[in-house]
Every structure is written in structure tokens, then in C-alpha cells.
Design a protein around this ligand. Structure first.
Ligand code: FES
Length: 378
């Protein structure tokens, strides 16, 4: 309603058509509320004019809208059926390659997409129904004080206080304590479920100690062939000449293609590959160890943060720091990914790499320690 910024005398528009030009308020004229400047009350602008919808006046349009809504609900049912069939029919170890995502688990994709579609289509149908067919009348409900009168408030307090007395909690304390015990124990099943779902940390450490970078010995007992480093998600091999100083690659092992548990294996095997000038590495023992496990300044580290396992995705090229976006743990690549800031308690595990005869980067052995979060016994 305010015509702030409108020159005096030029008038101004008011919404709802309920006001006239005499309602225009000029804030720069020094008037006071109720004395000719701002009015003590603004007029009610009223509701905007009701616009009749096509389906309100045309039975054919209403039937068309009805069919559209039913179609959306029907498609939702179809998506739910796809979810159910997929749940039972798809082998949970099957992987699929999706452009832009890479190798991932087929069952999870089907379940996720079908459930999302099923919910979305129910929502879309309900919105379309509301917009085209549901009653379109505007209703005004006058405000009224929320507070109850004093007599009702006093009565409510009496009822609450009198409840304890009526239940004889004061006179029979054994009831009070046994009820407290029963309710307290009732919470235990929930605690047990949560604690149980956290799993056995000893098993978790063992599982994090095995990744698909590990190379099984051949039938003759000798180490198997080294595993090539592949770009993620393109899954193409990486040549030494591809890795310029300052560049960083997201890497997966070539063996991911044969994985039967794509998501688990991918989650544990994620690696970051960087190239620094060999002189950038710290001259101390840590820096030189990192350099010697790499190839001409190219080094590879697990991408799983050693705090609680987020992907360490940010590389600062000038400082050679890796940063975990979850809680800001920072790792110094020049010192074998030593923790220099944040809650992580140990360096990122390094993956030994070298070069094969064709000039591609390979890992001759798996990680020497478990990847991912640190547990309290480590
Ligand atoms: S998970 Fe990386 S800092 Fe917490």
C-alpha cells in the first residue's frame, strides 16, 4: 500500500481495487500516524477476483483432467510394480555402466529410479487434481484470541495436578518406580538395534583391509599381474604422459569391471592420483617414502578420509594439500599425506604405483593398511 518513492501528487496503485487515490501514503511529507499521513488502519484489500477454471465450466475439460490425474496415478502404480519385480528379479551383484556415473549397482539404480518415479507421480497427480478439479472457493476465517478463559485454565491445572494424586503415585511409590523401570527398559530394544546395526568393528577393520587393489597370487604362488589404474568414471587406462604436474585424477582399479559387489568395491577402492614435482616432496623420511612409492612425482592415495570415511575430494594444487569437505581434515601430500588439520587421526593410506611396458600406470600390490575410518583400537 505504501507509495514509498512515488513523487507526491502522482498517486499510486493499490492492490485488490479496494482503495482509491486518497489512500496513497507519502512517507516523505512528515505526517504522523492518524493525523493525515499514514492511516491508523489500512483498508482491507480483499481477495483477488476469482478466476474460473476451464474444468469448472466445461465438462469435457473436467473429464480430460480426470483422465490425466488417473494416468499419473496409474504410471505411479506401474513404477511401484517395477520396484517390486526388480527387487525380486535382479541379482544384487549385477553392475551396469551409466554415462556420467560409471559402473554402479543395477539393483540400486532400478529400485531408486522406480521408487522416485512412483512417489513423484503420486505427487504430480495430487497437484494436478487440486489445481483442476478440487473445490476452488476461497474461505475467510476470522481470527480470534487463542487464550482460554481464566476458569478453563485453572481447571486444566487442577486436572493435571489432581491426576498424580488420583493415581496414588505419592502414596504408592512402588508403582512409580516400577513404571519408571518398565518405561526405561522399553527403550533398550531401540538402543540394541542401533548398536547392533553399527556392526562389529573388528570385522569392519578386516573388511576395510581388503580392496580390489589386492592381487591374488597365481597358481605358481608368485604375485599376480599388476592392476592398471583407470580413470573414474570413464574407465580408461592412464598413461604416465597423461598426468601433468599439478593434475589430479579420480582412479579405480581395472578389476572393478569384474566386480560382483560394485558399490562396496568401488567405495573402498577409490583413489586420488596427483603429480607433483619430485622436488616438492619433503626431504624427511615421510616425504621420501611417498616419493619412492610413486613414479616420478606421481603418487596415489586412498580417497576415503581416515576420520569417518567421506571422500577426500579437494586438492589444493599450490599447497599440495588434500582437504576433506566433511570436517575439514587436511592432509599434506608432500609428507605422505600426514594430517595437518582436522579430526582425522592418521594419514591417508598410499597405494604403490609403477609403470608397465606399455607406459600405463599400474599398482603392483594392494594397500598396506585398511582404508577409511579409524576405529578406536587403532
Ligand atoms: S570425514 Fe573427513 S574430516 Fe570427517
Amino acid at each position: 500500500m505504501s507509495a514509498h518513492g512515488t513523487p507526491p501528487g502522482t498517486g499510486g496503485s493499490t492492490s485488490g481495487g479496494a482503495s482509491t487515490s486518497t489512500d496513497v501514503v507519502h512517507l516523505d511529507e512528515g505526517h504522523h500516524i492518524g493525523t493525515g499521513g499514514l492511516p491508523a488502519r489500512f483498508p482491507d484489500p480483499g481477495l483477488p477476483p476469482h478466476i474460473e477454471r476451464l474444468a469448472d465450466r466445461d465438462a469435457v475439460a473436467a473429464r480430460r483432467a480426470e483422465r490425466q490425474v488417473a494416468t499419473l496415478f496409474g504410471l505411479s502404480m506401474l513404477a511401484t510394480l517395477v520396484f517390486l519385480v526388480g527387487y525380486f528379479a535382479i541379482d544384487y551383484t549385477r553392475g551396469v555402466f551409466l554415462p556420467g556415473i560409471g559402473y554402479t549397482n543395477l539393483l540400486n539404480v532400478v529400485l531408486g529410479v522406480s521408487m522416485a518415479l512412483s512417489l513423484f507421480l503420486i505427487g504430480a497427480g495430487a497437484v494436478h487434481w487440486a489445481k483442476t478439479l478440487m473445490p476452488d472457493s476461497e474461505i475467510v476465517e476470522e481470527r480470534h484470541p487463542q487464550r482460554s478463559d481464566d476458569a478453563s485454565r485453572t481447571k486444566a491445572v487442577d486436572v493435571i495436578l489432581g491426576g498424580g494424586d488420583a493415581a496414588q503415585l505419592g502414596r504408592r511409590p512402588i508403582l512409580k518406580y516400577s513404571l519408571g523401570g518398565a518405561l526405561g527398559l522399553f527403550a533398550l530394544p531401540f538402543v540394541v538395534q542401533v548398536a547392533g546395526s553399527l556392526g562389529n568393528p573388528t570385522v569392519a577393520v578386516r573388511e576395510l583391509g581388503e580392496t580390489i587393489w589386492d592381487i591374488a597370487p597365481g597358481p605358481d604362488g608368485k604375485p599376480g599381474a599388476p592392476i592398471r589404474l583407470f580413470r573414474d568414471p570413464e574407465m580408461t587406462p592412464i598413461k604416465v604422459s597423461d598426468v601433468t604436474i599439478g593434475s589430479v585424477f579420480h582412479v579405480m582399479p581395472e578389476t572393478l569391471k569384474n566386480s560382483k559387489h560394485v558399490l562396496e568395491d568401488k567405495g573402498k577402492a577409490a583413489v586420488l592420483l596427483m603429480r607433483l614435482a619430485p622436488t616438492d616432496f619433503d626431504p624427511g623420511a615421510k616425504g621420501q617414502k611417498a616419493l619412492s612409492w610413486g613414479h616420478d612425482g606421481i603418487v596415489a592415495y586412498s580417497k576415503l578420509c581416515t576420520h569417518v570415511g567421506c571422500p577426500v575430494g579437494l586438492y589444493e594444487q599450490t599447497t599440495h594439500h588434500l582437504l576433506c569437505p566433511c570436517h575439514q581434515s587436511t592432509f599434506d601430500v608432500t609428507k605422505d599425506c600426514e594430517v595437518i588439520f582436522g579430526p582425522a587421526k592418521r594419514p591417508l593410506p598410499q597405494l604403490k604405483i609403477t609403470v608397465d611396458d606399455a607406459g600405463y600406470l599400474v599398482a603392483p600390490e594392494g594397500f598396506h593398511e585398511p582404508v577409511g575410518p579409524s576405529y578406536w583400537e587403532r
